[in-house]
Write a protein of this length. Structure first.
Length: 204
């Protein structure tokens, strides 16, 4: 994969969803995208140049080609399978969410330690089956939705099962070997920004 910055990477899905849902012209320029999304024109131009060489001066990008290039770059056509540990309220919601498929992610099973939650017909298995299933199906992505106290233990189990990318919804730091990437879904950080915004508005 070509190396691009994390902030560019995080903007690419935003371009993609704009191109797919809110744009129907055959050709589209960086200027049109930047205006529609209230982003900096130069930044959008640089982002798109990093993943595509199909843009033409004065014409812009063929929209369909750019969609394919973005999807390929983001790996949406690669179809990765993932597992979830912790089938509580959040874990259940993520396990049943069908929207991940459009991003090439299929959550194929959930694992829990609580016997009362095991229901193999609904793809929920006992945690003791994690390693065998991950190795057999060559799974690389693990999602953690257990409570904070159990998160490191579950993380270690995922690493032992061969997982190399972890999406962590537990609000805690996880220690992993250097070849494993942890993406923390930091709800506290997002909420802090929202409540700051509300406070600032009240003070003005
Ligand atoms: P619930 O309402 O079902 O308790 P919750 O999301 O509020 O859901 P949490 O305490 O956050 O509950 O735990 C989430 C899930 O993680 C629970 O189903 C729990 O059984 C499971 N869990 C906790 N520890 C482990 C573990 N070591 N291995 C696997 N699953 C675990």
């Amino acid at each position: 994969m070509r190396s691009i910055s994390k902030s560019t990477l995080q903007r690419l899905p935003i371009y993609l969803s704009f191109l797919k849902q809110h744009c129907d012209s055959e050709f589209v320029s960086a200027t049109v995208i930047s205006k529609a999304l209230s982003l900096n024109d130069v930044q959008v131009r640089k982002d798109l140049a990093a993943i595509s060489s199909s843009g033409r001066p004065k014409v812009g990008y063929c929209r369909c080609t750019l969609i394919l290039e973005l999807e390929n770059f983001l790996g949406y056509n690669d179809n990765e399978n993932a597992v979830i540990i912790g089938v509580g309220n959040l874990g259940t919601a993520l396990l049943n969410y069908e929207g991940f498929e459009q991003y090439g992610l299929q959550v194929i099973a959930g694992f829990d330690i609580d016997e009362s939650k095991i229901d193999e017909k609904r793809k929920i298995f006992h945690i003791s089956k994690l390693k065998d299933l991950c190795k057999r199906l060559n799974i690389h992505i693990g999602i953690i939705t257990v409570n904070v106290e159990q998160a490191q233990l579950c993380c270690d189990e995922l690493v032992d099962a061969g997982i190399t990318a972890i999406w962590n919804f537990a609000p805690t730091h996880l220690n992993v070997p250097s070849y494993v990437h942890v993406q923390r879904e930091n709800m506290a950080a997002s909420l802090a920004i929202l409540s700051r915004h509300i406070k600032d508005n009240k003070n003005n």
